[in-house]
Design a protein around this ligand. Structure first.
Ligand SMILES: [Zn+2]
Length: 172
């Protein structure tokens, strides 16, 4: 899925308790792409790397530097997410639910990436098995995705700005 949708889904699913929680979940939702492809974009924009050419569709994976592939394995592993979530739970002595935005990012990517470009390595490092899904860039996925996001955010914002109807709302 595209990076903005990841942030919006993560915040909606795990950041509805407060403004701080919202932005934390939003950032965590972006993080798997930010710390893989995001690094390549930054490197390319300061002239340290070649910007992949998406103008003729998906570029060959071999044109993406190896470090991006390694980072993608780490940031898109559901196994690693579960391990970190459990560790943080033990250390913080409570579940940090906003981290769920990371797990959700990986789950959403599994069906929305095909073998053509970065299928999701969600079982890394235990297994190389990946699912051959449908690219998120096709309108059949993009349009329903943004429509559902729009409807859910409309509902969410309506709840936020009608405090009189929802006095039990958790405040920051
Ligand atoms: Zn991703």
């Amino acid at each position: 899925m595209d990076i903005v949708s990841h942030g919006l889904w993560g915040a909606l699913a795990f950041g509805r308790q407060s403004r701080k929680s919202f932005w934390l979940a939003f950032g965590i939702g972006l993080a798997p792409d930010l710390f893989s492809f995001g690094i390549l974009w930054v490197a390319a924009s300061v002239g340290l790397a070649h910007k992949p050419d998406f103008s003729h569709g998906l570029p060959p994976e071999s044109s993406i530097p190896p470090y991006v592939h390694h980072l993608y394995d780490v940031t898109h592993s559901f196994v690693l997410f579960l391990t970190v979530f459990a560790l943080v739970w033990v250390i913080a002595k409570r579940p940090v639910w906003e981290l769920g935005a990371w797990g959700l990012h990986v789950l959403v990517d599994i069906p929305t990436h095909s073998f053509a470009f970065f299928p999701t390595p969600f079982l890394w490092p235990l297994s190389d098995w990946k699912f051959d899904g449908w690219p998120w860039s096709q309108p059949a996925i993009l349009i329903p995705n943004f429509t559902v996001l729009l409807l859910l955010y409309g509902w969410f914002l309506l709840q936020q700005y009608r405090p009189a109807l929802k006095p039990e709302r958790v405040r920051e």
